[in-house]
Write a protein that binds this ligand. Structure first.
Ligand SMILES: Nc1ncnc2c1ncn2[C@@H]1O[C@H](COP(=O)(O)OP(=O)(O)O)[C@@H](O)[C@H]1O
Ligand SMILES: [Mg+2]
Length: 252
């Protein structure tokens, strides 16, 4: 059974159809990458899987359970985690506090005077373990704003991993990163727990080919091609979309 199964998803904003009959599956342990031109509907697709947007029709199954109409919190508790295209961390808090907030959010609670000491210790321990798994064990006390952008994006992944998700969604984790930071992010992605399913939107083809088991191309909201990365990249329709876009850019 697939970990994530998207079945014939459709969504429009007014007259603009942004998701057109999209179906895809991600198995446990699979690294599935989505590419597509700007405005193809990649982020909107991730929003529907994460619960930040509602599809007009179609179904989303997580581990066989229909979560199409569930809130993001319910999906998170069912094992889904995600990051966003734009950094959503708290700049004035420390790395540790940022990841701890993610751990608390998944547990559906905030600290107050009545939080048992043991529960706090559990959450702190989980936070520290997550940071260490990401090689950020020593960065905990640092104020986020003092970190490089590349390190901040790694903290975002750490926050998403804080509750041992079964399925992780990443929206352009390398956008805005330097070549060196991009290489580090590739290593972070390669180091993710092997049984976790990963669905990642990525535009850097070097990253795509370093991590993808499976590649799906979205074009005007629809799946243009999906399969083994090299085969998809060699598909004449995919080449036309990318070479066509390149030619249009060059003309400007
Ligand atoms: N909330 C919204 N309301 C109206 N149009 C939107 C909204 N979100 C995205 N769009 C439009 O939907 C299309 C797909 O956007 P998006 O999913 O962000 O594409 P991508 O991530 O592939 O660049 C774009 O034309 C965008 O302008
Ligand atoms: Mg996007």
């Amino acid at each position: 059974m697939s970990l994530l199964s998207v079945e014939n998803l459709n969504k429009a904003f007014g007259n603009l159809v942004v998701t057109k009959g999209v179906s895809l599956v991600v198995a446990a342990g699979e690294r599935h990458v989505i590419i597509g031109p700007n405005g193809a509907g990649k982020t909107t697709l991730l929003h529907q899987i994460g619960g930040q947007a509602r599809p007009d029709s179609g179904r989303i199954l997580l581990d066989g359970v229909d979560v199409t109409r569930c809130d993001p919190e319910i999906r998170a508790r069912a094992g889904l985690a995600r990051t966003f295209q734009k950094n959503t961390l708290f700049q004035r808090l420390s790395v540790f506090e940022n990841v701890r907030l993610a751990v608390q959010a998944r547990h559906g609670r905030v600290f107050d005077l009545f939080t048992p000491v043991r529960a706090r210790a559990d959450i702190d321990a989980r936070t520290q373990a997550t940071l260490e798994r990401m090689g950020l064990g020593k960065a905990g006390p640092e104020i986020l704003a003092n970190l490089s952008y590349g390190d901040q994006r790694q903290v975002e992944v750490a926050a998403a991993l804080a509750c041992d998700p079964k399925m992780l969604l990443l929206d352009e984790p390398t956008s805005g990163l330097s070549p060196k930071e991009t290489k580090e992010m590739i290593e972070v992605i390669k180091g993710l727990p092997t049984q976790m399913g990963l669905l990642v939107i990525e535009h850097d083809m070097e990253v795509v080919f370093s991590i993808a088991d499976r590649l799906t191309v979205l074009y005007y909201g629809a799946v243009l091609a999906s399969g083994a990365p090299r085969e998809v990249a060699a598909d004449p329709r995919v080449r036309e979309v990318y070479l066509g876009a390149g030619a249009a850019d060059a003309a400007h």
